[in-house]
Ligand binder design. Structure first.
Ligand code: FDA
Length: 395
């Protein structure tokens, strides 16, 4: 005879996706248990968006803003729970918000409001939440899954893994979802840090002296292009343009930076030479870049002495490099600094409507643990909400 409670649904991971799944299933009348090993729910929500939570993006339903081995996989869930649906929920709770750049929506007040909202909605659905709960084993000996925790066994016909990815381990992030996937015979697409600062080796260390300087760039790699700020750091490059391109970057890849987006830089120095032949190239560059950067670029381009000492072709070539400065990062700052993890539980084995493992009825994977990774700017939360909603409606 069983001596443990049987739930309709157990969700492991009380983050963005797990809470959305819990409140959805709970409000459908399902008996839901939500477990997390931390002492509070929504830890990453609380620190997101500089404490104001960039909770979605007005373009968050565009599947092409998400990276996955199967670029069409996210379409179904994103199509059924749109950014407007989350905005409606936020407004129903009286949470004031504003749009920043590039369609990014933030709370006017604090990310705490989003966590409080999700907790309130979970309570409405009668969700039972247990924090500080370590999971020691999972099994499926019969029609119900068993989730073992120190001192207690819980059972349910459906199990949702919402434990996110391993980025920022010091916040309790783990690769738990991958272990469960492998245990049940699902594939895992190699997890890599994404939305992460890139590091530069000795050859590219021209920027070391520029730590703290930022400028508008177009960062590109293959077909991916992002026009946003880049920030020089003592280890390499950061800032939104670099974080975005980092999701596409693999070891050995070269990225290109257009340091003067929208300007054909080839004509800048030859034209200046006609008007001010005695001016130094760095003086002209200082009219386009922060002084420290202009000086480093002039050195790196080998442009010393007055403009009239340089041939027009040389000056034009130097300008062309400003529009396409190439760098080969030697690494990234890793999971410790990555905002998200790219890769994860392979979508091959999951049903796109319910996020359920096709070969293991009742087992769902949602959120960042799945091989779906959004751009910077509210997309990752939108995936968490949409995938959580999809599983919560199905389980
Ligand atoms: P999430 O990580 O939110 O939740 C997973 C939960 O599972 C956690 O509560 C964790 O404690 C728990 N867990 C993990 N392992 C466990 C285990 N073994 N046992 C029990 N519980 C376990 N995105 C965005 O769209 N806008 C933004 O503004 C930001 N800002 C941002 C800032 C920073 C600093 C970071 C690190 C990340 C962001 N993100 C973001 C990304 C966003 O936070 C992330 O994509 C979502 O939180 C993913 O939601 P999940 O619910 O999948 O995982």
């Amino acid at each position: 005879m069983k001596d443990f409670p049987i739930f309709d649904l157990i969700i492991i991971g009380a983050g963005a996706a797990g809470m959305m799944c819990a409140l959805t299933a709970g409000q459908r009348g399902r008996k839901v248990l939500l477990l997390d090993h931390l002492d509070r729910a929504g830890a990453k929500i609380l620190i997101s968006g500089g404490g104001r939570c960039n909770f979605t993006n007005v373009e968050g339903d565009k599947a092409e803003r998400y990276l996955s081995a199967n670029p069409h996989f996210a379409r179904s869930a994103l199509g059924r729970y749109a950014p407007q649906d989350f905005i409606d929920l936020v407004e129903a709770h009286g949470i004031a918000w504003h749009e920043k750049t590039l369609g990014q929506l933030f709370c006017d007040g604090s990310a705490k409001q989003i966590v409080a909202m999700l907790e309130e909605e979970c309570a409405k659905g009668g969700v039972e939440t247990k924090l500080l709960t370590r999971i020691t084993a999972i099994s499926k000996p019969d029609e119900n899954f068993r989730v073992e925790t120190p001192g207690a066994t819980h059972a349910a016909s459906s199990l949702v893994i919402a434990t996110g990815g391993p980025s920022i381990p010091k916040m309790g992030a783990t690769g738990f979802a991958y272990d469960v996937a492998r245990q049940f015979g699902l594939k895992v697409v190699e997890p890599r840090p994404a939305l992460v600062p890139l590091t530069l080796g000795q050859d590219d260390r021209l920027f070391e002296s520029l730590s703290g300087v930022s400028l508008d760039v177009v960062a590109s790699l293959g077909k991916a292009r992002f026009r946003e700020a880049a920030l020089f750091t003592h280890r390499g490059l950061s800032g939104p343009a670099i974080l975005q391109i980092s999701s596409y970057w693999r070891h050995g890849d070269t990225i290109a930076l257009d340091l003067l987006p929208g300007t054909d830089a080839r004509s800048i120095l030859p034209e200046a030479k006609r008007v001010r032949p005695n001016a130094e190239p760095r003086t002209i560059l200082r009219e386009h870049f922060p002084d420290r950067l202009a000086d480093v670029l002039a050195d790196r381009l080998g442009l010393s002495g007055p403009l009239h000492e340089h041939r027009d072709a040389t000056l034009a070539e130097a300008g062309a490099r400003l529009n396409r400065w190439t760098l080969t990062p030697n690494g990234s700052e890793g999971f410790a600094k990555a905002e998200v993890t790219i890769g994860g539980v392979s979508t091959d084995g999951l049903d796109q409507r319910s996020l359920m493992a096709r070969k293991v009825p009742g087992l769902h994977f949602i959120g960042e643990g799945v091989d779906v990774t959004g751009w910077l700017g509210g997309y990752n939360f939108q995936w968490a909400w949409a995938s959580g909603r999809a599983a919560g409606e199905a389980a």
